[in-house]
Design a protein around this ligand. Structure first.
Ligand code: ATP
Ligand code: MG
Length: 503
């Protein structure tokens, strides 16, 4: 309350059909510093209460042709925070009970001692003042809580309160928006349940203990898993919360979602790498192609010469070796083609590509290779599969690269076992986009390459060049599409491509 404006006095309303008595009682309260009004009948009292809210009403029970108890009830309905004192000359048990039922503060019997009435009245007024003050504070608290809630919810940061065991006690709207988990799904669970990597969980637990012990932790970068299996990278700052009661949350974690920024940095780095490949390739391709052609030619001559050898044993051994060399030369040529493609890609030719037919074609082509490795490769294409706007040859290359990756993953998994399956499917998303899916039940993306899949030369394979997904990403980018690669929580890898639907 501001100190400069004196608080207005509390207001007392007195109702008695004996006007002199009403005025005497009013006088009693005026002398004690209250503002007062004396009225002689029920309707006058209700009018007065409508004009000015009262804090205390002193009401005579016996009114000619009316009931003071009824009037008291209506007055109370009009000013619920106010109190009522009833007066009567002939107290009966009935009216006492009715008075209590009407929630009167007190019941005074005439004739009364004025000092006593004033004392009771002042107690009632004190209670009213406290009640009003409590309501004011509650309103103020609600307002300030709403303000803080608003700030916490609008600020573009994770604001998370954590209990001793790392369980989430507060989860603001930005946290929900960034992670995809709403408060109801997270509250009460440990934050570590939402951290996908073992290492991340360990560093978070350590940081939590440190913050709870009073030393702040900053710049802790951790991935948070989202409901759809992808991840957001969040930079956290953890600090201790004042512990005013044992059950209060002990640590405040404030996090900034830096995924997009890192993504941008990564893309810039990728673009830089691509540019240097282009220069390198332009210079080297020609130089490599010539000796490659020469070697191939020499090999051809060698093969012909070996066919004329008499000694079958020697001929067989030589043929075996030349076959290996030919295969290696073919690999080199392929690699060179990949390089050239990346460095100087041909113009994209957009047309309407029926996705169903394209999937069937590539799957049929790759099926023998999969079968040889004991892997089940199948297409699941609805009869009304959508068409996309794309470059058919490029999209085939995309699908081949993804399927070959899946076959490699299933073949290379440890411990080695037979089987495994790959499914290629597609579905429309709304009327503008189409989703193309490649799912395998292999070991999932190895963590050491997971965040650099589209960077050239990043590979976990002994004989891999690490260009497959770089090319895929390039092609999808040129189609204005998007690609998402994620390890599934149930194991295996899920690749999702989003392309523009042909109208
Ligand atoms: N389906 C998958 N399952 C598990 N890991 C995968 C899968 N697809 C890709 N990867 C991982 O991503 C890495 C990069 O793949 P990418 O296709 O770019 O290169 P590569 O397959 O290693 O070599 P290249 O395709 O040039 O022969 C792979 O080495 C592998 O670790
Ligand atoms: Mg590959």
């Amino acid at each position: 309350m501001s100190g400069s404006v004196p608080p207005s006095p509390q207001h007392v309303l007195v109702l008695d059909d004996n006007r002199d008595l009403a005025e005497n009682v009013a006088e009693l309260f005026s002398a004690a510093g209250y503002s007062t009004e004396a009225v002689a009948d029920g309707s006058g009292a209700l009018d007065a209460a409508a004009r000015r809210a009262f804090d205390l009403a002193v009401v005579d029970v016996r009114l000619p042709g009316d009931s003071g108890i009824r009037v008291a009830g209506e007055l109370k309905a009009q000013c619920p925070e106010a109190e009522v004192i009833l007066m009567t000359a002939n107290a009966t048990l009935d009216s006492a009970i009715a008075a209590i039922r009407e929630d009167a503060y007190a019941y005074v019997q005439k004739p009364f001692d004025p000092a006593e009435l004033l004392a009771i009245g002042e107690r009632a007024l004190g209670q009213v003042r406290l009640g009003r003050e409590r309501m004011r504070l509650e309103r103020e608290l609600a307002r300030s809580e709403a303000l803080y809630r608003g700030v916490v919810d609008t600020v573009d940061r994770y604001i998370v309160a954590l209990g001793r065991a790392g369980e989430v006690r507060m989860w603001n709207r930005s946290a929900a928006a960034s992670s995809g988990w709403n408060a109801a799904e997270v509250l009460g669970r440990r934050l570590t349940e939402f951290l996908p990597s073992e290492h991340g969980r360990a560093s978070f637990a350590e940081a939590l203990a440190q913050a709870a012990g009073g030393s702040e932790v900053s710049d802790l970068e951790l991935s948070v898993r989202t409901p759809d299996g992808s991840q957001r990278i969040v930079r956290w700052q953890l600090s201790q919360l004042p512990q005013d009661e044992p059950s209060a949350p002990s640590v405040l974690a404030v996090g900034a979602d830096v995924t997009d920024r890192l993504d941008l940095e990564r893309r810039a780095a990728e673009a830089e790498a691509m540019a240097s490949i282009a220069t390198l390739t332009a210079g080297l391709a020609h130089e490599i192609r010539n000796p490659l052609n020469a070697a191939s030619l020499q090999l051809e001559l060698l093969e012909r010469a070996s066919k004329r050898l008499e000694d079958g044993g020697t001929r067989g051994r030589i043929e075996n070796r030349t076959r290996i060399v030919r295969e290696e030369l073919a690999r080199l040529t392929n690699l060179l083609d990949d390089f050239l493609n990346l460095a100087r890609p041909r113009a994209i030719a957009l047309e309407e590509v029926p996705l169903g037919a394209l999937i069937e074609e590539v799957v049929t082509l790759q099926e023998p290779a999969a079968r040889k490795a004991g892997i089940e490769l199948h297409a699941r294409v609805p009869p009304d599969a959508p068409a996309v706007r794309g470059d058919s040859a490029m999209l085939k290359q995309v699908l081949v690269n993804l399927i070959v990756n899946a076959i490699d993953a299933l073949r290379g998994r440890e411990p080695r076992r037979d089987g495994g399956s790959i499914e290629v499917s597609c579905a429309p998303i709304g009327d503008a986009r189409v989703e193309l899916r490649v799912d395998d039940d292999g070991p999932g993306i190895p963590s050491e390459v997971a965040d650099r899949l589209f960077v050239p030369f990043v590979t976990s394979k002994e004989a891999g060049s690490g260009l497959g997904l770089t090319i895929v990403k390039r092609i999808i980018d040129r189609h204005g599409g998007t690609i998402r690669v994620a390890s599934k929580p149930t194991g295996g890898t899920r690749v999702r491509l989003y392309l523009e639907r042909a109208s």
